[in-house]
Write a protein that binds this ligand. Sequence first.
Ligand code: MSP
Length: 650
Amino acid sequence: MSKFYITTPIYYVNGAPHIGHAYTTLVADTFARFYRQLGWDVYFQTGTDEHGLKVQREAEKQGITPKELADKNSSLFVELFRQMEISYDRFIRTTEEDHYKTVTEIVRRMEKNGDIYLDKYAGWYAAADEAFYTEDEIEDGRAKSTGSPVEWVEEESYFFRLSKYQEPLLEFYRKNPRAILPEVRYNEVVSFIEGGLKDLSISRTTFQWGIPFPGNSKHILYVWVDALTNYITGVGAFSDPERFKRYWPCDLHLIGKDILRFHAVYWPAFLMSAGLEPPKQIFAHGWWLNEGEKMSKSKGNFLDAFALIREYPLDVLRYYLMREVPFGNDGNFVRARLIERNNSELADNFGNLVNRTFRMTQRFLEGEVPTAKPSDAAEDVELREKAFNCRDAVRKYMDAREPHRALESIIGFSAHLNQYVHQMAPWHLNKKGEKERLAQVLYNALEGVRWLGVLFYSFIPKTSRKVMEALGYTDIEAALSFDTLDNFGELAPGTKLNPPEILFKKMEIESKKPEGEEKKSNNKSEKKEKTSKGSDSKAGDGLVTYEEFSRLDLRVGQIVAAEPIKKSKKLLRLEVDLGEEKPRQVIAGIAPHFTPEELIGKKIAVVANLKPAKLFGYWSEAMLLAAENSAGKLFLTSFEGDIEPGSKIR
Ligand code: MSP
């Protein structure tokens, strides 16, 4: 059986969890769930980094002991991950007994290998980053890369012969070009190593909160030696050889880009020195901004993780974070974007598909999975092909660490299934009494929904579970296995369905800041300024903000029927497919410009959330967009090619 060992960084306990912590952990959870679905032996570790100067100082500030601070804040992370339903196997704390032993042992081995010597350190240190900096890495008393204040340190210190590992590291990375992802990070690390590695100070004598250097307790080990070692503690290094052999080397260390050097240079060198293998892969993701702004203590604009999960349904937040940015890039957390994705992709696309499929099965087939004859109809063949392609794409993209692409494929398949249902129009089949075809179409729709439930699981697990329950499964774990996608046709005819509640509720764009989110000031003028800044617009100049614009629901609609309205010279009655259960009726004043025949089949731009209005006794349920040239000729905004009805126009 394949194994998959995945880790998150262990988080400092000097403060409360924010979106950065939640994000890495969610991504790790997604991968862990995915490989479990494949039936792999997954081990997923997260936890807290509790030693070091930074934690000691924060404890002093709060007038408590470092251990008290660690206990308090570590339990906040445990609680956050409980609420986020993170499926970790171990939550490790660096103050735990087995970790202490592992750290002592790895350092002993490094020493035994001749890689540690005692000398004097004189240089700059930033407690906020727990990092040493050279003269050219600082400016005006701060580290250039992080902006953290540095202090001059001069003391006796043990050193690790990092310089000795320059060549072995380069050799390792040349042989393993995918050991660091994305590629840009790989290149960064390789050129850093090529630039020359200096020996690393790995102990301090001026603070106490940490693990003592073995055999010389005057020295406390550098917190990164201690922290990085958590990754092997959890899999039984030096204590459980069988377990260690099973899980080590780690398959994926997920980290943020700011801690790449520690992971991709120091950590593999420590391991090599101790005679252990380097990790197989390190993925450094980007940073989240809050509505366009960098988050910082001084700005007080950290996105509090607890507040976020109180404000949004967990699956919506998971979906947004995984979908919004290509994995590895920086992201901008914009509430309006989250809501828009919720409304259009989760509620309108997937949620609506599930909802109407179940509703029609209730209505036309007494709520049971129908018995359907095998079908070679072109649309059915195409649907099955799309399903298999999507499954293969998801597998490929997850292995390639491109979860955003996997998600894109899944939502694309969902859109296709919507279109299939729409084209096959079960309501017409029912009306015409075409029972056999109706059964085939609804069977395919339900089976497609099952596929989506399985494919979506690692991203939106709660929703997938609901879908499986709705489909009548009792052993949900088994139903979620990827193996169930070997065959398009797993649903057992005759199964009684339990239609689910609405999966995703639409949200209003004007959303308030979550309670609890730190903010320096709350007065209105500041809020206003922020909105306009975030959306590149100035108030009062006739421009609309992004939020205002995004209230318009603009969609691609396909005209499926058109006819003149009696007694009106100008109006046509159109039926426009917006990828919904039924086409919408649109009354448009375009009769002088187009014949009904030339309109049918056209894909046009439609405002889908305009208040319905009655014209000539007919309700118009949307509006189409057109432009007139100077000669008074009308042109419709239209789309060519492979774009599904209902696609959002932005
Ligand atoms: N304790 C060390 C890690 C030791 S691992 C052996 C540490 N802890 S941390 O709590 O400061 O940061 C943990 C993670 O949060 C890092 O991966 C960092 O990149 C990530 N983030 C912090 N702010 C972030 C954003 N604004 N956006 C995304 N992730 C960010 O470093």
